[in-house]
Design a protein around this ligand. Structure first.
Ligand SMILES: Cc1cc2nc3c(=O)[nH]c(=O)nc-3n(C[C@H](O)[C@H](O)[C@H](O)COP(=O)(O)OP(=O)(O)OC[C@H]3O[C@@H](n4cnc5c(N)ncnc54)[C@H](O)[C@@H]3O)c2cc1C
Length: 421
């Protein structure tokens, strides 16, 4: 029989995908939770962010959190094809490098996925517009006290709990407390990104053209590689195309804490001109007609050697900042949350450290390998030097060289932790 009568309480910092997934998983495990999030409110229908490719395990987990599991299909499109092609505009050649026709992902818009999970949670657990400041652990290490500032009133509040979950993203200030020397690593490249909304013009020449050039659009993820650069193109629900274009460049001057750079109309114009030179004209046209493209600086972090300290645990991007080449960050965040919930349920609040130890032993080997694999895939696709192979050239690469381009080559790709079975 459990010794305590009161429900254990977790304080989650961060209300993005990792934070709300964790809130869901912990509530199901019998915990009380509060979520501290600095943004003013839940994201609404506006197109914040872009495409999230959900792995079958994430689909299973998210469905288990919904009253009506099929709701996931209402906000997603199937991704059944994972294709990489070499594009050489000078010679007018497009050659398939690697194609997986048994890809079983679903493509969601970030905001839609967030809303789907968020709507299953009691709204009163959220402290929107609150900036996490610090925490302190009691002498007997049984409780944790968190200070957060209400950004509207400047009032500082104290919240006491049994567990602090840091879901505060790749620049996690909680991680910084334990690992002041752990720095994000600039990868050497940036990504232009955009969402092309064609809801008001479904039959435009641009859309007809791009559908002809990519006949499996709406059904797969399409990666085009040219020398030292590559793009990703896929379709989202509600008549939108999601695209990303990775380009090598030295690290621009960091501006504040954001990995998104402000771009000038001059930069956008130059980007359009380059797109016309490198990519198939139908895709270049989509890029050109996309409103408000933005530029992300791409970082990751050397894998950590631990995920928890006393009663503080890191999850999601706070635990393992990763490059986006293998569509992992959201999938990892969802798996972290589900595993943490199951470990806490299995061990009960009186054995918190055993639960956190088990969570770490399940997640750390997987996330470590996946972060390093994703880093390597990025280096290969961008033709950057790697310690053990010649820079990849899509125009001369052999089929064996191209195997790594498939998402399926990711370590632990089909792995389902036994605690989730
Ligand atoms: C607006 C947005 C759009 C995104 N779009 C995409 C996309 O299109 N494709 C994709 O693959 N990934 C996208 N991502 C990233 C993706 O959601 C995450 O990489 C992944 O889901 C892991 O999520 P996370 O919750 O660990 O981290 P994040 O999504 O980075 O969330 C961290 C959260 O913590 C909050 N936070 C940080 N510090 C504090 C503090 N001191 N006090 C209070 N709150 C704090 C942040 O406001 C944020 O909500 C997006 C993230 C965001 C926030």
């Amino acid at each position: 029989m459990r010794e305590r009568m009161r429900k254990p309480k977790a304080i989650i910092v961060g209300g993005s995908i990792a934070g709300i997934s964790c809130a869901k998983a912990l509530i199901l495990a019998g915990w009380d939770v509060v979520v501290i999030e600095k943004t003013r409110g839940p994201p609404t229908g506006n197109p914040t962010g872009a495409g999230i490719a959900l792995h079958p395990l994430s689909q299973k987990i998210v469905k288990s959190w919904l009253h009506q599991p099929d709701l996931l299909h209402n906000i997603t499109l199937p991704l059944t094809i994972d294709q990489n092609r070499a594009v050489d505009r000078e010679k007018n050649i497009c050659r398939v490098l690697a194609r997986d026709e048994n890809f079983n992902y679903l493509q969601a818009h970030w905001t839609d996925l967030h809303s789907l999970i968020y709507n299953t949670l009691p709204p009163e657990i959220f402290f929107w517009g609150h900036l996490y400041l610090t925490f302190c652990i009691s002498h007997d290490k049984s409780t944790v006290n968190v200070k957060a500032k209400n950004l509207k009133t400047d009032e500082v509040i104290d919240i006491a709990g049994d567990l602090l979950v840091a879901a505060d993203g790749s620049r996690s200030s909680v991680r910084q407390t334990f690992l002041p020397d752990s720095k994000l690593r600039y990868t050497g490249y940036c990504a232009w990104r955009g969402v092309f909304d064609f809801s008001e013009n479904e039959n435009s020449e641009t859309i007809q053209g791009v559908r002809k050039a990519y006949p499996t659009l709406g059904n797969g993820v399409h990666m085009d590689l040219a020398s030292g650069t590559y793009t990703v193109l896929d379709e989202l629900m509600y008549k939108r195309l999601n695209w990303i274009w990775f380009i090598s460049q030295p690290e621009p001057q960091p501006k504040g804490d954001s990995a998104t750079m402000k771009v000038s109309s001059d930069m956008i114009k130059k980007m359009h001109q380059e797109a016309e030179k490198i990519w198939v004209p139908e895709f270049a046209r989509v890029i050109k007609e996309t409103k408000e493209p933005f530029l992300n600086l791409i970082y990751d972090c050397d894998p950590l050697t631990q995920l928890y300290w006393d009663n503080v645990v890191l999850i999601g991007d706070a635990a393992h900042p990763i490059t986006p080449h293998c569509a992992r960050s959201t999938n990892m965040a969802i798996a972290d949350a589900a595993v943490l919930g199951k470990c806490l349920e299995r061990w009960g609040p009186e054995n918190l450290h055993s639960a956190l130890e088990e969570h770490q032993s399940v997640r750390l080997p997987v996330t470590t390998k996946q972060v390093l694999h994703s880093r390597r895939v990025g280096q290969i696709k961008l033709g950057l030097p790697t310690p053990d192979r010649e820079p990849f050239d899509p125009n001369t690469a052999s089929p064996e060289d191209c195997e790594i381009l498939k998402q399926r080559s990711l370590p632990f790709f089909d792995d389902v932790p036994s605690i989730l079975e």
